[in-house]
Each structure stands twice: as structure tokens, then as C-alpha cells.
Ligand binder design. Structure first.
Ligand SMILES: Nc1ncnc2c1ncn2[C@@H]1O[C@H](COP(=O)(O)OP(=O)(O)OP(=O)(O)O)[C@@H](O)[C@H]1O
Length: 226
């Protein structure tokens, strides 16, 4: 039984003291990150600054010595092993080309009609292999399925990439609706969409993670936005 079935009380996901050197470069050195259920949290930073690596460190597929990832104060490393805790959407395509949306949803324990309800044209294609969908449509499908998994938290690496603007708006609304029952940590370079959607915004810079109290002016002051 997953965290979400046990009770409807809020949960807290924390990553703390994540230090990582890759290829001789200190990538993550001073990281504290928290996400609660009911929140959408954004993670921003330049290309190559380590956002994907940080998501993988939280999920547990990137091994980090002495990583402290906690749920409700209890250490869970690797976190992916904890049933009902995390779903993770990597930056690269996730679903095998031969799988249909219906088949993928079944594997993930997701109700496909519910997951795709806001996108009728995608729902109509639920019996087609993913490999026959356009790149942006396949990405949208992956994001929707991962969001609808029965986990307390979802980690999404670039959910908006390749998705057309009108669908990004609808997807943002799905995320807003779903945060009633889960916490969502996402990274994306679509800053306007991220700022409009997120309750909390972190900036990763030179290995340090900074929570921006006023994201718009914080990003402008640091030269990330004009
Ligand atoms: N196994 C590895 N060995 C050495 N360097 C690595 C390894 N994996 C990733 N890197 C490097 O770590 C850095 C961070 O990569 P990462 O994908 O986490 O960045 P990112 O912030 O998600 O970037 P983007 O916004 O471009 O997706 C990059 O410079 C990358 O080349």
C-alpha cells in the first residue's frame, strides 16, 4: 500500500547535504530542497548546471555518498524503492515505441481515460503505439501518465519540452488540479510557465541551490531573465 492510500495527511520530501562531483567538476555542493504535497516546486538553472542530476539523486538512480533524502523525516535511499512515494519522468523518452497509451497506463497502474481526459485528441489515440505519435504528443502522454501515478510525489524533468503552447496551458491546469493530492517537483526552461505554475522556485547555480523568495526579480537580478 502506498503513502497516498494510507492517509490524506500532507507529506514532506526533503533532500539535504547532496554533494556530487562528476568528471572532476563539483556539480552539487550545497543543496537543501523540500517539497510538500499540495505544492508545485520549480527547479531552474542553466544548461548543464546539474538539475537532471539532482532529480536523479532525489529519485535514487544517481548514487550520492551520504545522500540524505527523507520523507516525513525518515531517510529513504534509494527513494524509488519506497512503494507509492515517487514517480520520475526523465528528460529522455521513457515509453518504449511499441507500447500503446493504454498498455503503458496499465503497467503504471493509471486509469488512461482519467489521465488523458483533458486532451480528447490524445485519448482518441490511446490504442496507437507510442512510436507512431508525434514527438510532442508522446511527451505529453508520458507527462500525463507519470503525473497520474498513485505516488505522493512526481519528479518531472522538462515536462513542457516539445509540447505546443495550447497544450502547455492545459497541462499546467492538470498539474494545478493534481497538486491537491501530490507534491510535484519539475524543471523546465520555459521560465514563464514555470513561474506562473510554481508555489516555490529554486535556482541551481555553481552547485548551490537557492530558494528564490521573489522568483521574477531574483531571476532578473541574476541575469536569467531580461
Ligand atoms: N556520468 C557523468 N560523468 C561526467 N559528467 C557528467 C555525467 N553525467 C552528467 N555529467 C555532466 O554533469 C553536468 C550536469 O548535467 P545535467 O544533465 O544534470 O544538467 P541539467 O542542468 O539538467 O542540464 P540541461 O538544462 O541542459 O538539461 C553536465 O555538464 C554533464 O555533462
Amino acid at each position: 500500500m502506498g503513502l497516498m492510500e494510507r492517509n490524506s495527511t500532507p507529506h514532506l520530501l526533503e533532500a539535504d547535504g547532496i554533494q556530487l562531483t562528476l568528471g572532476g567538476r563539483v556539480l552539487l555542493s550545497d543543496v537543501y530542497l523540500r517539497v510538500t504535497t499540495g505544492q508545485v516546486v520549480g527547479l531552474l538553472g542553466r544548461n548543464g548546471c546539474g538539475k537532471s542530476t539532482l532529480l536523479q539523486a532525489v529519485f535514487g538512480t544517481q548514487r550520492v555518498a551520504d545522500a540524505s533524502v527523507r520523507v516525513d523525516g525518515r531517510r529513504v535511499v534509494p527513494a524509488y524503492r519506497q512503494p507509492g512515494l515517487l514517480s520520475y519522468l526523465p528528460q529522455v523518452p521513457l515509453l518504449p515505441a511499441h507500447l500503446t497509451a493504454t498498455g503503458a497506463a496499465r503497467l503504471l497502474g493509471v486509469d488512461v481515460e482519467q489521465a488523458l481526459a483533458a486532451f480528447p485528441e490524445l485519448l482518441e489515440q490511446r490504442h496507437r503505439p507510442v512510436g507512431e505519435l508525434s514527438g510532442g504528443t508522446a511527451r505529453l502522454l508520458e507527462v500525463l501518465l507519470l503525473l497520474h501515478t498513485n505516488t505522493a510525489f512526481s519528479l518531472l524533468d522538462e515536462p513542457f519540452t516539445g509540447v505546443m503552447p495550447v497544450h502547455i496551458d492545459a497541462l499546467a491546469q492538470v498539474i494545478r488540479d493534481l497538486k491537491q493530492r501530490k507534491g510535484i517537483l519539475l524543471t523546465d526552461h520555459r521560465y514563464a510557465e514555470v513561474l506562473a505554475l510554481c508555489d516555490v522556485v529554486y535556482l541551481l547555480h555553481d552547485g548551490r541551490l537557492e530558494c528564490l523568495p521573489d522568483p521574477l526579480s531574483g531571476l532578473r537580478d541574476r541575469g536569467y531573465l531580461k
